[in-house]
Write a protein that binds this ligand. Sequence first.
Ligand code: ZN
Length: 132
Amino acid sequence: MTAESKAKKQRAALIAAAVLFIVSAVWCGYLLFRQSGRQVEIISDGRVLYTLDLDREADREITVEYEGRKNVIAIEDHDIFMKEAECPDHTCIKTGRLGSAGVPIVCLPNKLMIRFKAGTDSAENGGVDAAA
Ligand SMILES: [Zn+2]
């Protein structure tokens, strides 16, 4: 009887340890995924000007100039979008907030791009990364 309950206790402790380990592993993975998912790069003419963590950024505006033309990038409520742009088409402004779908905000005339930082799995297909 006592030996049996001791074995039960040991097994329970083992299961508890295993559960704790799995939970912490999943939590770490979640945090890592979450961090990499909110890292944003502002790229001008193939060069990374800023790498921002949207979770930690306060509301502010970043002005980027290319050949005398200005783009004003705004961070608001941990989202990023093109607020003003001196470009003919304003496609970048119409794109709106950078979403989780992975579609970057691009201002072709001013060679400006705002995108989520690529994870390790998709780094290969980014030609811009090789230049940086
Ligand atoms: Zn534009």
